[in-house]
Ligand binder design. Structure first.
Ligand SMILES: Nc1nc2c(c(=O)[nH]1)N[C@H]1C(S)=C(S)[C@@H](COP(=O)(O)O)O[C@H]1N2
Ligand SMILES: [Mo]
Length: 212
């Protein structure tokens, strides 16, 4: 079953296509370097930092986590957008709950109210190619933020971040780490790879927050 989250733009304005973007049908590949190798036998995903429970998953274990398929839009800071991408993966909320960062996912989903006792305010994502990107915790605790291992009913292609990438439909796509292999919960904000090089920390496409 697909969950359609393409209407999230409505909280940011009237236009589904953010200002200064053009729609594309082909899915371009944008990486800072070559596509990294990975080995399903040794691949490991870690959840560390300001959490109650540190977590480690093998590739098999990660794929056994509850997942869902969502229809989402994808906005690249260089000016292209793709509508109606079907990504399958594990909601960020699922991992945040298991790590004890938030108290109750269902309550969070229904009320939007943080009831959290944890200290984490920020999140750093890391990836096999050395890429990092950061987001405020609040920005991660959204339905559309997925650790995606599927695209269009197929395994996520390696160039697009397979085996696992983050998608952030409410933010420019550099906030979604391809080849992601870890998240660290932080008690203070830190900056990721592009954020240290002048890209916006907040990256809201409808506000055209491209550079800082
Ligand atoms: N690990 C990693 N993740 C990354 C990048 C990268 O270079 N390395 N590039 C980012 C940028 S700038 C964009 S626009 C998107 C591009 O995703 P795509 O190649 O699937 O279109 O991935 C983001 N995630
Ligand atoms: Mo990008």
């Amino acid at each position: 079953m697909h969950k359609d989250v393409t209407e999230l733009y409505e909280e940011f304005g009237d236009e589904r296509l953010p200002p200064g973007q053009r729609e594309t049908e082909a899915f371009p590949v944008l990486s800072k370097g070559p596509t990294p190798e990975w080995d399903p036998e040794t691949w490991e995903f870690t959840v560390t930092g300001a959490v109650e429970n540190e977590l480690t998953f093998s590739w098999d274990e990660f794929q056994d986590l509850p997942s869902e398929t969502q229809q989402q839009d994808f906005h690249c800071v260089t000016g292209w957008s793709m509508f109606d991408c079907a990504f399958t993966g594990v909601p960020f909320l699922e991992l945040a709950e298991r790590a004890g960062v938030i108290d109750d996912v269902d309550e969070r989903r229904s009320t939007g109210n943080p009831t959290d006792s944890g200290q984490a305010v920020h999140v750093m994502f890391s990836a096999l190619d050395g890429y990092t990107t950061d987001l405020p915790l609040e920005d991660c605790l959204r339905e559309g933020v997925l650790f995606a291992w599927g695209y269009d009913g197929e395994p996520l292609p390696a160039d697009h971040g397979g085996p696992l990438r983050v998608v952030t439909p409410h933010r420019y796509a550099y906030k979604g780490a391809k080849w992601v292999d870890g998240i660290e919960f932080l008690t203070e904000p830190e900056r990721g790879y592009w954020e240290r090089r002048g890209y916006s920390r907040t990256a809201n496409p409808w506000q055209e927050e491209r550079y800082s």
